[in-house]
Ligand binder design. Structure first.
Ligand code: PEP
Ligand code: MN
Length: 370
C-alpha cells in the first residue's frame, strides 16, 4: 500500500530540481494500478508546484531480471495503468521493451517513449529486431496514421563496451525516431570511460544519467546527480516509487517523489552548459577526464585489494606446508617478467616505474602473509 505525501506544498522552492533538461522518472516496475497512479500523482503534484520541472513518467511492464526467481513485471496489463496515468495527469509515458512483441504492444497502448535496458543492449540482434519493429510502427497502430513515438532510449550494455553502445545507437537511428543514450554504468558502478567515448563519438546524441542503477543505492543518487552539470549531460532517468521500502524490484535504489523534489540544484556558476563558451566546454572535458581517472583509481585499488586477498591465501598455504614467505626463485621470475618489453597496449610504462610500484605491492604482500 502506498502512502500519500501530504507535504509537497512545503517544498522549498530554492531547494528543488527545476531547470534541468530531460527527466524520466517513475518506478522500476509497474506493480499495481494503485502504485502506478499514486506515484504519477505525486510527481504531477511536483510539476504543478514547479512548472519548470517537466518529466516523462516511466515504469517497466516487462522486467528482464538476472534471476528467474524474482519479480518479472506484470506484463501487458501494466500498459493500461501507464495509459491511464498519461490521460489523468497529462504526462508523457515510457516503458521498457526487450522484444518486437513488446514494441508493438507498447506502441498500441500509446507509450510516448520506449527504452532498451542494459541486458537487451548487450545483444545486437535483439536491438536490431526492436529497431525493425519500431521502423514498422504504422503496422502496430494501423488505426492512427500519426503514431508518434517521441524517442527511444538506449542504455549502455551491461558490460563496458562503448562500440556496441554506439552500434546500437546507429541501429536505432534507422527508425527515424530520436535516439537518447542513457548511461547506467556496469553493475552498480559508473563507467565514465565508456560514457566519455560515446559522448566524444556522438556529441549530437543526448545522454542521460541513470544514478539509480549506476549505484544501486538511493543514498548515492543526490551526489551522482551533481555529475549532470559537471559533465554537461542532458538530464537523468531516476527510479522514483511512492513507497520504495515495499518495491518489488530495485527497492534499495528507488527514491520517493518528495526526495526527488528536494534534490538540490547546482548553483548557476557550477553549471557548464554544453553550448557554453570555449572555457566551459574545456572545463567539461576536464571533468570527464577526472571522472575517468577516479574510476581507474577505484579499479586500481580494487585490483590491489583482490591481489592482497590471494596473497593471504598463499600465505596460509605456505604456513600449512612449512614454506617460507619469501621465495627468491619466484621473486626473480616476477622481476624478469616485469623487465620484458612492454606490449603497446600496456601504455609504454617505464620498467623502473613498474619495478618500483611492484616492490611496494610485494612488500605489503609479504606483510599480509606474516
Ligand atoms: C530499469 O531501468 O528498470 C532497468 C531494468 O535498468 P537496466 O536495464 O539499466 O538494468
Ligand atoms: Mn530498475
Amino acid at each position: 500500500m502506498c502512502l500519500r505525501v501530504k507535504h509537497l506544498k512545503a517544498i522549498n522552492i530554492n531547494k528543488n530540481i527545476i531547470g534541468q533538461p530531460i527527466y524520466i522518472v517513475g518506478p522500476c516496475a509497474a506493480e499495481s494500478r494503485e502504485q502506478v497512479l499514486e506515484t504519477a500523482r505525486e510527481l504531477a503534484a511536483i510539476s504543478q508546484e514547479f512548472p519548470a520541472f517537466r518529466f516523462i513518467f516511466r515504469a517497466g511492464a516487462w522486467k528482464p531480471r538476472t534471476s528467474p526467481h524474482t519479480f518479472q513485471g506484470v506484463g501487458e496489463e501494466a500498459l493500461t495503468w501507464l495509459a491511464e496515468a498519461k490521460m489523468l495527469f497529462d504526462m508523457d509515458v515510457a516503458t521498457e521493451v526487450a522484444t518486437p512483441e513488446h514494441v508493438r504492444k507498447a506502441i498500441a497502448a500509446g507509450m510516448d517513449y520506449l527504452w532498451i535496458g542494459a541486458r537487451t543492449s548487450a545483444n545486437p540482434m535483439a536491438v536490431e529486431a526492436i529497431a525493425k519493429a519500431i521502423a514498422d510502427r504504422d503496422a502496430a497502430r494501423p488505426s492512427q496514421s500519426d503514431c508518434k513515438i517521441k524517442g527511444i532510449l538506449i542504455k549502455n550494455p551491461v558490460n563496458e563496451d562503448a562500440k556496441l553502445w554506439i552500434g546500437n545507437i546507429e541501429r536505432l537511428e534507422k527508425t527515424g525516431v530520436p535516439v537518447i543514450a542513457v548511461h547506467r554504468g556496469c553493475g552498480h558502478q559508473p563507467c565514465w570511460r565508456m560514457a566519455h567515448q560515446v559522448r566524444l563519438a556522438r556529441p549530437d546524441i543526448p545522454m542521460l544519467l541513470d544514478p539509480s542503477h549506476m549505484s544501486g543505492d538511493a543514498a548515492k543518487v543526490p551526489e551522482l546527480m551533481q555529475m549532470i552539470p559537471q559533465l554537461g549531460l542532458d538530464g537523468a532517468m531516476v527510479e522514483v516509487h511512492c513507497n520504495p521500502a515495499e518495491a518489488l524490484s530495485d527497492a534499495k535504489q528507488q527514491i520517493t517523489p518528495e526526495a526527488l523534489a528536494n534534490l538540490t540544484p547546482p548553483s548557476p556558476q557550477e553549471r557548464e552548459p554544453r553550448e557554453g563558451g570555449l572555457r566551459e566546454r574545456k572545463n567539461t572535458e576536464l571533468n570527464w577526464l577526472r571522472a575517468e581517472i577516479d574510476e581507474l583509481d577505484d579499479k586500481l585499488w580494487d585490483t590491489i585489494a583482490a591481489r592482497m586477498d590471494v596473497s593471504r591465501r598463499i600465505g596460509e598455504w605456505k604456513k600449512a606446508n612449512g614454506v617460507a614467505p619469501l621465495q627468491p626463485g619466484r621473486y626473480e621470475e616476477i622481476v624478469e617478467r616485469l623487465k620484458a618489453p612492454q606490449p603497446p597496449e600496456g601504455g609504454g610504462l617505464r620498467t623502473e616505474f613498474k619495478l618500483a610500484l611492484w616492490e611496494l605491492i610485494h612488500e605489503e604482500s609479504l606483510r599480509q602473509q606474516e
